[in-house]
Write a protein that binds this ligand. Sequence first.
Ligand SMILES: C[S@@+](CC[C@H](N)C(=O)[O-])C[C@H]1O[C@@H](n2cnc3c(N)ncnc32)[C@H](O)[C@@H]1O
Length: 225
Amino acid sequence: MIKPIFVLAEAALETIPDEIRNDRTVVRYCKKKRKNACEVLLDQSYHHKAILKLKDYEKRGRPDITHLSLLEATCIPLYFENRLKVYVHTIGDKIIEIGENVRLPRVYERFVGLIEKLYSKNVIVSSNKVLLRLYNGTLKDLIAKLKPSIVIGLSRLGKESNLKNVALFGLKYERPIFIVGGFAKGTFKDENKLLMDHIFSISKYSLDAHIVVARLLYEIEKNWI
Ligand SMILES: C[S@@+](CC[C@H](N)C(=O)[O-])C[C@H]1O[C@@H](n2cnc3c(N)ncnc32)[C@H](O)[C@@H]1O
């Protein structure tokens, strides 16, 4: 049976990295939240200046992208009916596995609270069911574990196509992985691009990740016979 897998990759989701833990604004922010920096998510809205000191700063500190993308992926019939598996791979090489029938918080602050708890406990359980699990791993590790029949990436810089054709192409395979970048600017790292069998562009515009996720998954839902 066909079981597509959706991966949000290189997601701009991480706790405050060591390099900026002593930054004045970061220290003040953590004090206000009464948490250690390692328990607080890096967020452009609050740590903008400090983020500029980080390598690849344009691809860091946007948990809202993961929030919106995961809502698009988990609030649809495809997911309710357990016909889609969902993962997040983060810029810091962590993997988040989304369990079945997970209802993520709609409110951003609550989502942040949940993910901060996940980073400190590595697992979120409710009624004896694992909702979210966090572990170390590169995108290559994740793909090796999932053993897909094909890996399809989406990027503005890919081969021109449209989402219907991308969905139909992937659905010819039993275990297709569809990868969308969970960052605001830039492109996938070369080492991750090399893991993709095909990279498709679906518009001349650079679209927000959650728009691509919503449209892609809708095409998969519609065209899955
Ligand atoms: C905001 S974009 C990242 C910016 C990047 N310059 C780009 O256009 O691919 C986030 C993700 O959405 C997807 N995306 C955005 N625009 C796309 C397009 N025109 N074609 C295919 N995927 C796109 C890609 O997976 C990308 O990594």
